[in-house]
Write a protein that binds this ligand. Structure first.
Ligand code: BEZ
Length: 304
C-alpha cells in the first residue's frame, strides 16, 4: 500500500463519486478505479459497497477513512515542517483575528521581535476558521483566534478567557448606568453581530452566550466586521457585544459596559500544527505568558 492509495481513497470517499474524485485528483477515472481495486485486493476486504450510488463505504471502508485522513495530515505537516527546519533564515508567520490587535498582540509582537531579532515575523489578519486552513497549508505557523473548533491535525492552547462587554452609544439609556449590565437587559435591543462570514464566527459565539442563558435577542443584524459594528453603534443603530480589549480602541461616540454574566467570555486560543514543536513557537508562547505575568492577567500555563 502506497501513500497515493490513501490519497485516492480519501478523495473517492469524500466526493462519494469516482468522476468527481478523479477531477479533484487531476487524473482519469479508469486509473483511479484500478488503484482503488488494487487497494481492496491488497487489504483483502471491500472498502466501497458494490453498486451503491451515491457511493457508500463498508464498515472497513469507514475505518480505513477515519485512519487515512490523520495519516495524510501528518505527511503534509511533515513536509511543511521539514521545509521550515531546512531554511537557514528563521521565520514565523502569524495569523490573528482583528480584535486581538486591541488586546496584547502589539506588545507580544514587539517583545518577541526585541528578544528574537533573528526571526522574521510576518502578520496576517484572518478569521479563526481561515487560520485553521492556513495552518494546514503551511501559510502560517501560529494562529491567534477565538473559536474552539475541533480539528485533529491542529493543537490549540487556551491562553485566557477574555471578558465580554457591551458597546453602546453614549446617549443610550443603558450607557448611563454606572455598574455592569446583564444579558437579559439586552434582548430587546438591536444587536449588531460580526463577522457575517465565514461562519462559524465571533457572531455565533455571541449568540451562543445568549442561548446558554436561555435568551434569544429580538433583532439581530449581521455586519461584515468589527469596525462596521462599532461605527453603527456610534451612529446609534444598535449595540454590539465585544471583547474587553476593544475598549482600548477609543472609538468616538462609543462607550463600553461590563457584562456581569459569568459565562460571557471569549477565549483567546493559540493554534499550531499538531506536530510542530519549533523553538520559534516555544518562544512565542513564553512571550505571551511573560506579558500576562507582567500585567497580572490570569491564565493557566500549558506547554507545546
Ligand atoms: C491577548 O490579548 O491575550 C492576546 C492577544 C493576541 C495574542 C495572544 C494573546
Amino acid at each position: 500500500m502506497e501513500l497515493r492509495h490513501l490519497r485516492y481513497f480519501v478523495a473517492v470517499a469524500e466526493e462519494r463519486n469516482f468522476t468527481r474524485a478523479a477531477e479533484r485528483l487531476h487524473i482519469a477515472q479508469p486509473p483511479l478505479s484500478r488503484q482503488i481495486q488494487q487497494l481492496e485486493e491488497d487489504l483483502g476486504v471491500g472498502l466501497i459497497e458494490k453498486g451503491s450510488r451515491p457511493l457508500r463505504l463498508t464498515e472497513a471502508g469507514q475505518f480505513f477513512l477515519a485512519h487515512a485522513r490523520p495519516l495524510l495530515d501528518q505527511v503534509r505537516d511533515l513536509k511543511t515542517m521539514t521545509q521550515r527546519v531546512g531554511k537557514l533564515e528563521r521565520t514565523l508567520s502569524l495569523g490573528f483575528v482583528a480584535s486581538t490587535l486591541y488586546g496584547q498582540l502589539p506588545e507580544i509582537i514587539r517583545r518577541y521581535r526585541e528578544g528574537h531579532p533573528e526571526v522574521e515575523v510576518t502578520l496576517h489578519e484572518m478569521t479563526t476558521v481561515e487560520q485553521l486552513q492556513a495552518l494546514k497549508e503551511g501559510r502560517i505557523d501560529v494562529g491567534f483566534g477565538r473559536l474552539k473548533s475541533e480539528d485533529p491535525s491542529i493543537r490549540r492552547i487556551l491562553l485566557r478567557e477574555e471578558p465580554l462587554m457591551v458597546a453602546l452609544f453614549p446617549g443610550h439609556r443603558l450607557a448611563e448606568r454606572s455598574g455592569g449590565l446583564r444579558l437579559v437587559e439586552l434582548v430587546h435591543e438591536k444587536l449588531l453581530v460580526y463577522p457575517k462570514a465565514p461562519r462559524p464566527s465571533f457572531a455565533d459565539q455571541v449568540l451562543a452566550v445568549f442561548s446558554e442563558a436561555n435568551l434569544a435577542p429580538d433583532h439581530v443584524t449581521e455586519v461584515r466586521e468589527l469596525q462596521i459594528a462599532m461605527g453603527l453603534v456610534a451612529a446609534g443603530q444598535g449595540i454590539a457585544i465585544v471583547p474587553e480589549s476593544v475598549q482600548g480602541m477609543h472609538h468616538r461616540n462609543v462607550v463600553c459596559r461590563r457584562l456581569e454574566d459569568k459565562h460571557a467570555v471569549s477565549p483567546i486560543l493559540f493554534s499550531v500544527r499538531h506536530m510542530d514543536r519549533s523553538p520559534e513557537l516555544e518562544n512565542m508562547l513564553a512571550t505571551v505568558y511573560a506579558i500576562y505575568d507582567d500585567l497580572g492577567i490570569p491564565y493557566v500555563k500549558e506547554s507545546l
